[in-house]
Design a protein around this ligand. Structure first.
Ligand code: ADP
Ligand code: MN
Ligand code: MN
Ligand code: MN
Length: 338
């Protein structure tokens, strides 16, 4: 028997953007625990905007567990928040709203800025650095600054050690802006991993006195905002597809434009302007390899007879991947697959 440090991680009740919260539970196990060995736990919901003070208990239901190599016998435990009965999802529990999604695959491209002393790493104390151009996938001190790459690399290793399915990382278009991509079969698998990767990044940056800025447009002016493009496919899209189904799907996305934007992250009007590789927030469009459209069709999709995955470019960096996946799957479910 060894004592394991189980970090229970959950989303609080702040709106429109929930914060990550966590606390440590010590339990004895013979070896690294499986999900079904992890007990439910409770917390004070009145301190997280999830309950009133007089009836403050909320429950934590473990839904995924990952190794935490920064601690001896450490585990990261992603949780859903439940009502005191332990079975009813709390209203803030967006994960519980995801429809049955057998066969759904999601790839999220999380963009973010690293901020030092209130500005992106590499920005001068006054004014601005050289305009955008060389920063995207750039190399060298003048392009990425001093500490960013070390953080990004450490974060990548933490995620890989945790079993998070990163597909890649890159420096982004604005100075101090980065991206990681996470792919999962099953929308909950992918979204759990995005939240845990955000958690690991925030926790890692504490020791560097660096803030992770997830806001979608932290620097006004001619600087790219941050998105979280959602690449998605279902069994039907990958195996049957076809132009006719694709067009029906797109008209359903068009019809539900407002419902999608509502859960694609706050302040998105600041980012979806029609500039900086975006479509404007009040328009819906799709196009082949078109980074100025709402939904980009990869060449591979058309080349294989309208089969494969699509990229919704509208979700932003602060969006909740549970709500985003939930909405995309709902719209897909409204289109018959005859
Ligand atoms: P770009 O920056 O050109 O938009 P990225 O390579 O950053 O592209 O991201 C593409 C994403 O598409 C990856 O996260 C990948 O996991 C995802 N993806 C690839 N194939 C599928 C698929 N069949 N279903 C869902 N997502 C997919
Ligand atoms: Mn990308
Ligand atoms: Mn990007
Ligand atoms: Mn993309």
């Amino acid at each position: 028997m060894s004592k394991y440090k189980l970090e229970y991680v959950w989303l609080d009740g702040y709106t429109p953007v929930p914060n990550l919260r966590s606390k440590t539970k010590i339990e004895n196990f013979d070896e690294f625990p499986t999900l079904d060995q992890l007990p439910m736990w409770g917390f004070d919901g009145s301190s997280t905007r999830q309950a009133e003070g007089r009836s403050s208990d909320c429950m934590l239901k473990p839904v995924a567990v990952y190794p935490d190599v920064t601690r001896i016998n450490g585990a990261l435990v992603m949780c859903e928040v439940m009502m005191p009965d332990g079975v009813t999802p709390h209203p803030s529990n967006s994960r519980a709203t995801i429809l049955d999604d057998a066969g759904a695959w999601f790839g999220f491209e999380q963009e973010y800025f690293l901020f030092q002393n209130g500005r992106p790493i590499g920005f001068p104390e006054e004014g601005y650095p050289a305009p955008q151009g060389e920063y995207y996938t750039g190399v060298g001190y003048k392009n990425v600054g001093d500490i960013a790459r070390q953080i990004v690399e450490e974060h990548l290793d933490l995620c890989l050690d945790a079993g998070i399915n990163h597909e890649g990382i890159n420096a982004e278009v604005a100075k101090g802006q980065w991206e990681f991509q996470i792919f999962g079969k099953g929308s909950k698998t992918a979204a759990d991993q995005v939240w845990m990767a955000r958690y690991l990044l925030l926790r890692l940056c504490e020791q560097y006195q660096i803030d992770v800025e997830f806001h979608c447009k932290p620097i006004r002016g001619d600087w790219n905002g941050s998105g979280m493009h959602a690449n998605f496919s279902t069994d039907y899209m990958r195996e049957v597809g076809g132009k006719e189904y694709f067009e029906k799907l797109m008209s359903q996305f068009q019809k539900n434009m407002d419902e999608h934007i509502a859960v694609y992250g706050p302040d998105n009007h600041l980012r979806l302007t029609g500039l900086h590789e975006t479509q404007s927030i009040d328009k819906f469009s799709y196009g082949l390899a078109d980074r100025g459209s709402s939904i980009r069709i990869p060449h591979s999709f058309v080349n294989s007879g309208y089969k494969g995955y699509l990229e919704d470019r509208r979700p932003n960096s602060q969006g909740d991947p549970y709500q985003i996946a939930s909405r995309i799957l709902k719209t897909i479910s409204e289109v018959p697959t005859a």
